[in-house]
Design a protein around this ligand. Structure first.
Ligand code: ADP
Length: 305
């Protein structure tokens, strides 16, 4: 069983409006999913056949809706129930355009943050692998991920967030971080053009305190640096992309599933990529097709440099 943490979940509302433009009036049917990066990870883990317990903050009618959704797919709901409404995020898919409105999430009061930390302290030890993903709502301290990593100690904590939350989180020595290329560039405040530069950048991030670093590179696969600084280059076949939102989360789920079963880095990387690719071929966010994943596995190449 894997524990996932989503401190800032959302109902993801998606409208497909072919002729969307900013000044128009449109009618559309929303497709809703339980979102927030950690819940995307949770859903993909369930599709892979993993048992999942999920925690974070949920509140109001939206929180209840998400609770029902995750119960329906067999995720154990350990969310702290707060007194504020969980946010909604809206994506409008036009012809080749994607417009997103991301609510920030209402302020969480201190007593709920304390309740969550208490839950985590009491519960983390039952898991070998813990996935922590995404942003945090107002009211949650900036070093929360550092605190969680420190509590979890030797557990395999996969931390997927960005900016200051990631930089602070790394101080807690997570097992793995997975920035994409743009996120890594943002952290290091410079452009990374060649593979060599990405490798150097990933090593720099590793030296800040994370044990392993996976840099996902969209259609160009990934670069992985392991605990002993071995470098792996992962190459993937070309695919027809429908919607790559959630591919990073699916990548995390594939990697977490594999390492939780003590698979080799090569196996973990292949499953991670295959899940990311399968997600990119489906409209919905955080969804994979196991047949497609199986089909991709032998076509992914992992090269030790
Ligand atoms: P994020 O969603 O965090 O930005 P990426 O875009 O790097 O992460 O995607 C994660 C993984 O999903 C990639 O390493 C790759 O395996 C797969 N993927 C994403 N976009 C594409 C694409 N355009 N073509 C092929 N695979 C993709």
């Amino acid at each position: 069983m894997i524990l996932t943490i989503t401190l800032n979940p959302a109902i993801d509302v998606r409208y497909k409006i072919g002729n969307f433009d900013i000044n128009g009036v449109f009618r559309g049917k929303p497709a809703k999913t339980a979102g927030g990066k950690g819940l995307n990870v949770s859903r993909v883990l369930r599709t892979l056949g993993e048992e999942v317990e999920a925690s974070g903050f949920l509140g109001g009618n939206s929180g209840d809706w998400i609770s029902d959704e995750i119960a329906n797919i067999g995720i154990k709901d350990s969310f702290i129930k707060t007194d504020v409404e969980t946010r909604s995020c809206i994506a409008i898919l036009g012809n080749g355009t994607q417009t997103e409105i991301l609510e920030m999430g209402e302020k969480i009061s201190e007593n709920f943050v304390e309740e969550f930390l208490e839950f985590f302290r009491n519960r983390f030890d039952r898991f070998e692998t813990i996935c922590i993903s995404g942003s945090v709502p107002e009211g949650v301290q900036e070093d929360i991920y550092k605190v969680l990593c420190e509590i979890a100690g030797k557990k395999k904590v996969i931390l997927d967030t960005s900016g200051r939350l990631l930089l602070k989180g790394i101080e807690g020595n997570p097992y793995l971080v997975k920035p994409n290329k743009e996120e890594l560039e943002g952290l290091l405040e410079r452009e990374l053009i060649t593979f060599r530069e990405v490798i150097e950048g990933a090593k720099e991030l590793k030296n800040k305190g994370c044990k392993n670093v996976l840099v996902s590179l969209g259609k160009d696969g990934a670069i992985f640096i392991d605990e002993s600084e071995k470098v792996y280059k992962v190459s993937i076949p070309k695919i027809d992309v429908k919607n790559s939102v959630g591919s990073g989360d699916s990548t995390i789920a594939g990697f977490a599933y594999a390492i939780n079963r003590n698979k080799t880095p090569e196996e973990a990387l292949k499953l991670a990529m295959a899940c990311g690719m399968s997600n990119a071929m489906i409209d919905e966010t955080g969804k994979i097709d196991l047949n497609v994943v199986e089909e991709f596995l032998p076509k992914i190449e992992v090269e030790k440099l």
